[in-house]
Design a protein around this ligand. Structure first.
Ligand code: KG4
Ligand code: ZN
Length: 345
């Protein structure tokens, strides 16, 4: 049966193998009809990059090469699916580190060619958004989505799952990048988000009143002023010979980021009539952020949706979910598709 006939026949199940290696996670998944995840294998390289305080692109791409085939084998085995059962193969093609993107994209092209099945190129940021629909298929539209990762801070309005409007984005550092930079500065290690969050749990979030960027009427974000304020604070205290409480500092910094993110989101909720609010991307794992946004949404009678932890950070299941909708629209990639490190939504 051709894929066109299969799309038309609603009784046919569609199996997609999805691959993701845009940063430091090597991941493969198999999904059935989009949102049903049969397997979701993630091999993280975090420990490998920890000693460098961040992802080293060359090391990451070499490691992806080593890990990808076993990860694919495991994803197929856990799903109980053979290569021959696959209807399509998908890979992230951007944004991300070019060396990493090339690993899964080349593998996906090879599988597509060998099995004669369609190749689907997926935008990583779209993946983070769709992670929400895997976890909560009942989410009602229209909705507002805040996507916050190591490379992105995007506030989006979705009329339905096909079309969206970008309301605001960061004008400098991404939210996750701010966590990573401050964590590194404080010597708390990599990745910065979880390290800062852990330290913040024992700190006083009102200890230091760090600035929140005021960008007027826009929905844009800015974190570079906050970063400078934290560094200045530490230098000044050191010069005065005062002891610095890392936990208070982490808690006050985290509060400033959370407040900036939440305030812009709530501003958009006031302006747009929405049924749901979702957050996605690695920073959406932050408990304090979830707590503050959920609290502020109460007066608007809205609930906050977020993916479970394993779907917040990089994974292939979210890529497979987007790929399914692209499959239905026959939005396939040619074998000549290249990785696009700065791909936009
Ligand atoms: O989505 P993701 O896994 O990879 C990218 O596509 O960037 O996001 C990684 C980012 C890192 O900057 C990391 O520090 C941040 O998400 N992150 C967090 C937390 N967990 C991960 N930031 C704040 N709090 C967390 N609990
Ligand atoms: Zn990501």
């Amino acid at each position: 049966m051709s894929y066109k006939d299969k799309i038309k026949d609603k009784d046919q199940d569609i199996y997609i193998l999805a691959l993701e290696s845009s940063c430091d996670e090597t991941a493969a998944s198999v999904n059935k009809n989009g949102l049903e995840i049969l397997s979701n294998v993630v091999s993280s390289q975090v420990d490998l990059h920890k000693k460098f305080g961040g992802v080293v692109p060359e090391i990451a791409s070499r490691k992806h090469l080593e890990l990808l085939l076993p990860v694919i084998d495991q994803a197929l085995a856990e799903a109980g699916v053979e290569f021959e059962d696959l209807d399509a193969v998908a890979s992230t093609y951007g944004p991300g580190l070019v060396g990493g993107l090339l690993v899964t994209l080349t593998a996906a092209k090879t599988i597509s060619l060998a099995l004669n099945i369609p190749l689907i190129g997926v935008n990583h940021i779209a993946g983070h958004i769709y992670a929400n629909f895997i976890a909560n298929p009942e989410i009602e539209k229209p909705l507002i989505c805040l996507t916050i990762s190591g490379g992105h801070t995007d506030l989006l309005y979705f009329e339905d799952l096909r079309g969206y409007q970008i309301l605001g984005r960061t004008i400098d550092d991404a939210a996750g990048e701010a966590f990573d930079k401050i964590s590194r500065f404080l010597g708390l290690g990599y990745p910065g988000g979880p390290a800062i969050e852990k330290a913040a749990r024992s700190g006083d979030r009102d200890a230091i009143d760090f600035p929140r960027a005021d960008l007027g009427d826009s929905y844009d974000f800015s974190f570079s002023g906050l970063k400078t304020a934290v560094m200045n604070h530490v230098h000044n205290e050191e010069q005065r010979g005062n002891e610095i409480d890392q936990n208070d500092l982490a808690a006050s910094f985290q509060e400033a980021v959370v407040d900036s993110l939440a305030s812009n989101l709530i501003k958009a909720v006031r302006e747009y009539k929405v049924e749901s609010v979702v957050i996605s991307g690695g920073v959406a794992a932050n408990q304090r952020l979830r707590e503050v946004i959920a609290e502020r949404l109460k007066e608007h009678n809205l609930e906050l949706y977020y993916p479970p932890l394993e779907l917040c950070t990089d994974n292939a299941a979210m890529i497979g979910a987007v790929a399914y909708y692209q499959y239905l629209e026959q939005d396939f990639a040619p074998l000549s598709i290249s990785a696009d490190p700065s791909l936009k939504l």
